[in-house]
Write a new protein. Structure first.
Length: 405
């Protein structure tokens, strides 16, 4: 059993590493081609069908790149397809979802306090939300609404906000953020697999057959590529959010997730505008910073907005605090079955991240983490498997904040 646990832990690491590597490859090529596309310039005497060109310098040499908006007159001898980066990123991400969230569904996916469901039901619900997200998105894009880029993106944003809210009523906060990222990433990868590449293959087939390609296929692919460009940064945040309990484990986590999409769009707008040489919209950074401050406020103020009393404290140091005996009992009873030299929780063989909370010294050493993970947010215990109460969470807050004064 110990050997299997070690194998599973390394498998989780390997899948996560693969996902990061493939994600870097996909995002890197995506950002490069968006910047290239926006930087294209027209000049007299360009080849027939060429839309624009760009000169670039890198690696000790110069590159002269030309883009054909529909297709060149003849099929080139060598053609590089940029698709496997997307497919590999999605497949490795889904593998990580299975290894971490499906295999550990009772800890990371399902919270009985949010929705009491069985593990198989939770997994089926997870798969359904990911698939349904793509279907709704694709239907909207193919509808008459798809003729307006701005109108479509506003409606899609409203749908994403609703999905963010809905997911927090189905899964743990950690899993809700992960699934919002998975739905968005699925949309991005499916855009490549279901729309962009098939449309490009139609154009290639027309060229080989000597037919003039229909420009509509390029227009549709460009719209989906634009969506992918603006969705990338929010997806990165959501995929990394499991390290930040104040993002996913607080009262207004779905609002925080919704604001992250706006921040991502603002940042991409800045770079896209610069690459297109259409100005320097530095206001986007200020707007993003203001929204980030709002996110910080949302992660710490909910207790005031929901009418919960602020915990008070008169302690000076963690162990000497008047609250510490009760805090120690809470931590030993709710946390130390996993965070101990010899964990007693089934399936846990080593203290997660090496954090041990089975001694007074260990509790004091990790006071800040206890405060954030189990006091200010509901990130720990995962899915609240040990049934820590709101009163106990308030005690942890009072203990830490009092000692910091």
């Amino acid at each position: 059993m110990m050997d299997f646990a070690i194998f599973w832990d390394w498998l989780s690491f390997a899948v996560r590493w693969l996902h990061v590597v493939t994600g870097i490859a996909w995002i890197g090529s995506s950002f490069y081609f968006v910047a290239l596309d926006l930087g294209l310039r027209q000049r007299p005497g360009m080849p027939a069908g060429a839309f624009g060109e760009e000169w670039q310098v890198h690696g000790g040499g110069f590159y002269h790149v030309q883009k054909y908006l529909v297709a060149p007159a003849e099929m080139p001898e060598h053609l590089t397809w940029f698709k496997w980066e997307s497919y590999a990123t999605w497949l490795s991400g889904f593998a990580m979802l299975c290894v971490v969230y499906y295999a550990g569904a009772d800890l990371f996916l399902i919270d009985p306090n949010v929705l009491a469901i069985s593990v198989p039901t939770g997994i089926l619900l997870s798969l359904a939300t990911i698939g349904l997200g793509w279907v709704v998105y694709d239907v909207l894009c193919r509808s008459p609404l798809g003729n307006s880029d701005t109108g479509l993106m506003l409606v899609l944003y409203g749908v994403l906000v609703f999905i963010a809210w809905g997911l927090t009523h189905l899964f743990t906060g950690r899993a809700a953020f992960l699934h919002l990222g998975a739905i968005t990433a699925t949309i991005m990868s499916a855009n490549v697999f279901m729309v962009i590449i098939p449309n490009q293959k139609i154009v290639v087939a027309d060229l080989i057959a000597g037919r003039k390609p229909d420009p509509k296929y390029g227009k549709i692919a460009k719209q989906r590529s634009l969506h992918n460009n603006y969705l990338t940064l929010p997806v990165l945040f959501l995929m990394l959010s499991n390290h930040y309990p104040l993002a996913f484990g607080t009262e207004f986590n779905w609002v925080i997730a919704s604001l992250v999409f706006i921040i991502g769009v603002l940042i991409r707008h800045y770079f896209n505008t610069r690459h297109a040489r259409k100005g320097n919209p530095t206001w986007t950074w200020l707007a993003a910073a203001v929204l980030f401050v709002v996110i910080i406020w949302l992660s710490t103020v909910p207790k005031l907005l929901t009418g919960e009393a602020k915990a008070s404290s008169a302690a000076q140091v963690y162990v000497a605090s008047a609250h510490f005996p009760a805090v120690r009992d809470t931590v030993l009873g709710r946390c130390s079955m996993c965070h101990a030299a010899e964990p007693s929780y089934e399936g846990i063989y080593h203290a997660p991240k090496g954090v041990m909370l089975d001694t007074d010294a260990g509790i004091a050493e990790h006071a800040g983490e206890i405060y954030l993970q189990a006091g200010r947010s509901h990130a720990m215990p995962p899915a609240n498997v040990t049934q820590i109460t709101d009163k106990e969470r308030a005690l942890l807050v009072a203990w830490f904040e009092g000692a910091r004064k």
